[in-house]
Design a protein around this ligand. Structure first.
Ligand SMILES: [Fe+2]
Length: 361
């Protein structure tokens, strides 16, 4: 049983269709022009709308679009006196469900209406499934976005708290060994610059900068009598001092944090040397992880160029000259070349800054 709106300018036709369809149990309303069809459509909902194509005021073709937008769930059937394939095609493209040519027999009408009703039901179900699917997809996408942003937030928080822990730990060494002063900070900056010069991403370089701040953390295990001794160390004292590499490694190793594992590697390997003469493992060449090789050049360069009581301080170029000259066998050539580049770049930038600040005469 369906509600059907029959639109045809011939009252004989609407009466005939209405009779035929009422006999099949449908509930029919008759309209004789576009205007009254629109009025009925605004007030009631119809399962099927039968449209005559040729009407004096407004053609059925013009009405299709209105029905489709005003009542999207209604099935539209065209009835025409002319069997025109082009007209049928236009009607279908506009959304008509069927096309019948007059004279229409009542059985034919009933079968077409039944088919249109089935098609309409399938379309409605299809739309519902699509709507549900779309809203499910939208909902899941929103949930995913939220989860990602929470993840990103917690990653940022974790990274910030890891960085803070590392900076605080780095201060522990400064408490014990005042001599290092700002050494840790400068050394870690050179490490990051060298890493970027060697093609590391800025995130990797930042991690290296943080992790390398802990390179001497093992010094907290070295007695004050050795750590703070003003003069040269004896052989035994030197041995004790050298334990800081392994001690630092043991303090940091085995962490689930990638950053702390990197710090552990640097702590253990920053005194290894390219020719195998370093400690604690006497690693040679590329057997020393690249983070340790970077830390080695940065550590030595900063030690040479900073003010220490037991030896004169060198200018950057002199320190580079020493490292690339008589000491060059101690360092990875690529890492040393990167250090040379970044040091020269930094000093020319500094020179430019001085020139820019010079008073104009
Ligand atoms: Fe060290």
């Amino acid at each position: 049983l369906a509600c059907i709106l029959i639109v045809d300018d011939e009252e004989l036709n609407t009466a005939a269709y209405s009779r035929a369809l009422t006999a099949f149990g449908h509930d029919c309303t008759e309209a004789h022009d576009g205007m009254s069809a629109r009025t009925f459509l605004a007030a009631y909902s119809y399962d099927v709308v039968l449209l005559d194509v040729n009407m004096p005021s407004e053609s059925g073709i013009e009405l299709i679009e209105h029905v489709r937008s005003a009542s999207p769930d209604s099935a539209v059937m065209m009835v025409t006196g002319v069997d025109d394939a082009q007209l049928a095609s236009i009607a279908t493209q506009l959304g008509a469900h069927g096309y019948m040519v007059k004279p229409v027999r009542s059985n034919e009408l009933a079968v077409n209406v039944a088919n249109a009703l089935i098609r309409r039901q399938l379309e409605a179900e299809n739309r519902r499934v699509l709507d549900t699917l779309e809203s499910t997809v939208a909902e899941r996408t929103a949930q995913l976005r939220e989860a990602l942003s929470e993840l990103e937030e917690s990653r940022t928080e974790i990274a910030a708290s890891q960085a803070e822990v590392i900076l605080r730990l780095a201060r522990v060494v400064e408490f014990r060994d005042e001599d290092t002063g700002r050494h840790v900070e400068r050394m870690s900056r050179w490490c990051a610059l060298v890493a970027i010069e060697l093609g590391w991403t800025s995130e990797e370089a930042l991690n290296l900068r943080l992790a390398s701040q802990l390179h001497d953390i093992g010094k907290v295990a070295v007695p004050d009598s050795v750590l703070r001794k003003p003069g040269r160390l004896s052989r035994d004292e030197m041995e004790l001092m050298r334990t800081h590499a392994d001690a630092g490694y043991r303090m940091l190793a085995g962490s689930s944090s990638e950053l702390l594992r990197l710090a552990a590697t640097i702590a253990r390997t920053h005194h290894e040397r390219w020719d195998g003469s370093g400690y604690p493992d006497g690693l040679r060449g590329e057997a020393t992880p690249v983070s340790g090789r970077m830390a080695a050049v940065a550590d030595v360069f900063d030690a040479l160029t900073s003010n220490r009581v037991y030896r004169p301080v060198l200018l950057g170029e002199s320190a580079l000259g020493l490292m690339t000259g008589e000491l060059n066998f101690l360092f990875d050539p690529d890492t040393l070349a990167a250090l040379t580049t970044v040091v020269r770049r930094a000093s020319s930038a500094a020179a430019d800054a001085i020139a820019l600040n010079a008073p104009v005469r």
